[in-house]
Design a protein around this ligand. Sequence first.
Ligand code: ZN
Ligand code: ZN
Length: 410
Amino acid sequence: MKGILVIIDGMADLPNKLLKDKTPLEAAHTPNMDFFATRGEMGYMDPVKPGFIPESDEAIVSIFGNDLSSSSRGWLEAKGTNIKLTRGDLAFRVNFGTTNSKGEVIDRRAGRTLTTGEAHELARAITNRVKMPFKFTFISTVQHRAALVFHGGFSENITGNDSTYIMGKPKKNGICKPLDESENTQYTANIVNEFLAKAHEILIKHPVNKKRKERGLLPANYLLIRGAGIEPPKLKQYKKWISPSYMPLEIGFSKVSGMKVTTFDYPKLKKLDAYENLWDGLKKACKFNIKSIKKFKKSFDYAYVHIKETDLPGHDNKPIEKKEMIEYIDKTFIKFLRKIAPPNKIKIVITADHSTPCKLKAHSADPVPVLFYNNSAILKEKKFSEKEARKGTLRRIKGKELLKKVGFVK
Ligand code: ZN
Ligand code: ZN
């Protein structure tokens, strides 16, 4: 193996009062990342372009050298969920969310307490009881996430109904709007809204949600959809890469990019504590990444490792939890890399797909720190952090330039 790209989702942050005005990465004890930083270079990156606030899929598509217009999140999620797709099928990423009686979205993830079993049951009810004049596939994936595909010849030129992602601010639950005048686009927007209304009717009355309300939990009574796409993404191919991945988006992206995907089943959310589930997932992911790299380090040149869990404490404003996750990754997976990289001359890149500052509880346009270990001479001890990265010799780069800059692609 020649190189490993590690993306720690939403790791980048801003100084936080709870951490004595340090960022979670800066406050974290990360001897193994610092080992690499000391023997390498640092810089900072605008994952898409300066001022742009990326979603994970946009950042990844861009870091792997593609234009945003050549991909849709819907198709990547559906591919990662193993849904069979043909051109013209309309695919979306879906969240189970919660609306109040006024029809306002009060939680985009149903309180993050939806168990895997409940989500499956709700998805089954929608599949069996929503009647549409065409075939559709609706599959719940991890926690509040799901993938939706309308089979047939639709238009993708419509907005989602997830207003958070359209306007940057949550507001009254939206409807999907056509973005052009064509008949098919108008028809598609109408039929998607009809589907959402029918699904809503079923979800409100579903026993799973009645029980959730009795227990004081937010009902998963509304579907939020985004990332409409009707075409296979045209992505650059990475045949010599492996991708140990476990979230539908990363699985789908890696498959469509021609990588060898290894995967494991994400722990099911059984109890109410979403963070207990996240920690279980993080532990399993770190172990699985190590296993996959050990197994394939002779047969593949590069690995793309994406660790998802760190994004969540950013959205929930939990800086201490985020710092602890970074420390855990450092003392398990990164420690393993420290063992194998120097003797095998493997280059390591560690970065984030975007900033998710705890105090904003959302992604931001702040550039992310980049660490590039190439076993260069030690000039002085360095700590991997947003602040130090800004002084680094790699300087400021765009996501699209990263893999070239570090020599992972020609
Ligand atoms: Zn992300
Ligand atoms: Zn996020």
